[in-house]
Design a protein around this ligand. Structure first.
Ligand code: ZN
Length: 312
């Protein structure tokens, strides 16, 4: 009576009682921590990755701007690393809008490529040791899961139920409410808005949401993608000023496979600063303890953005 899914070097196991899943990935223990030799992601003689699955060629046609390669220390049988730049010291904040747009475009392309083989494909970027990064070369990841995560299922059901009752996507109502209250809005642009969620799971947690509800992040058109890149750079810059030694996870919440057209779903991007490890109460209950109110976090970040952009 045990449920497992296996792949080379890993295994997904389901808890009997709750149905929750655990990924066993003993191969990941062998991940490099810090670069002792050269960097495997830097182009050149020291480059050491599995054969690439995709690339965005450089303008000169010789090199590359962004590459996708299978993850050598995979969390699932469809797990890719997106090498975001040939430059070891590249960062979204100090890079350009065009460069980060390339990265977001790659997320879209690889999501489309992988989702036919998975129940859901998660997109994430870890920055800083406290957020789980083992390599400092700028990179993000896409992992296809053969099952829907319980949290994904729960949200799917809640979104659907809200739409059934009110005839509108939950995200549209939530955004309207945030605008009415206004104090948690950090940044608003033509197509997207960033706010600090009412009940955050981490201090300074932020969500970037589209004004127009759309389930599938992969279908976001290019001009909007560029706006998202610009906004992310602004917001990450403000977070970096606010929090010393900023570590964060960025997670794209998008439609699971088969739900890309669902009228009740809306994609969003979560920015989760990581400062503390979960303590006893959080481990015991699953209830996060957050030490900064979202209202205060939003006010601080908004003040920094206003100073940075010279506008309100
Ligand atoms: Zn490197």
């Amino acid at each position: 009576m045990t449920t497992t899914r296996q792949w080379h070097g890993g295994e997904l196991r389901q808890q009997r009682l709750t149905g929750d899943w655990t990924i066993l990935a003993p191969g990941r223990a062998a991940r490099p921590h810090g670069e002792t030799g050269g960097c495997p992601f830097c182009p050149g003689p020291g480059e050491d990755t599995p054969p690439e699955s995709w690339r965005l060629p450089a303008v000169d046609g010789v090199g590359w701007r962004v590459r996708a390669v299978p993850n050598r220390y995979a969390l699932s049988d469809r797990h890719e690393v997106i090498i975001e730049s040939p430059r070891h010291d590249w960062d979204p904040v100090t890079g350009s809008d065009a460069e980060l747009t390339d990265v977001l475009f790659t997320w879209q392309q690889r999501h489309i490529a992988l989702r036919g083989y998975a129940a859901q494909v998660v997109i994430f970027r870890n920055h800083g040791r406290a957020a789980g990064t083992s390599l400092s070369h700028p990179h993000s990841q896409l992992a296809g899961l053969p099952v829907l995560a319980p949290g994904t299922l729960r949200r799917l059901e809640a979104f659907r139920e809200h739409h059934r009752r009110f005839g509108r996507p939950f995200a549209s109502d939530e955004l309207a409410e945030e605008f009415a209250v206004a104090e948690r809005i950090v940044h608003s642009a033509e197509n997207t808005v960033v706010f600090a969620p009412f009940a955050p799971t981490a201090a300074y947690e932020l969500r970037l949401v589209p004004r127009r509800a759309r389930a599938d992040f992969a279908m976001v058109p290019r001009p909007e993608l560029r706006e998202i890149a610009h906004t992310l750079r602004l917001v990450l810059g403000a977070l970096g000023e606010e929090i010393a030694d900023l570590a964060y996870n960025i997670v794209v919440d998008t439609a699971p496979t088969g739900w890309e057209q669902a009228p009740f779903l809306t994609w969003s991007i979560h920015i989760l600063p990581r400062r503390t490890v979960p303590a006893g109460l959080e481990s015991a209950t699953g209830i996060p303890v957050v030490t900064t109110t979202p209202e205060r976090a939003a006010a601080c970040l908004k003040a920094r953005l206003t100073k940075a952009t010279g506008a309100g």
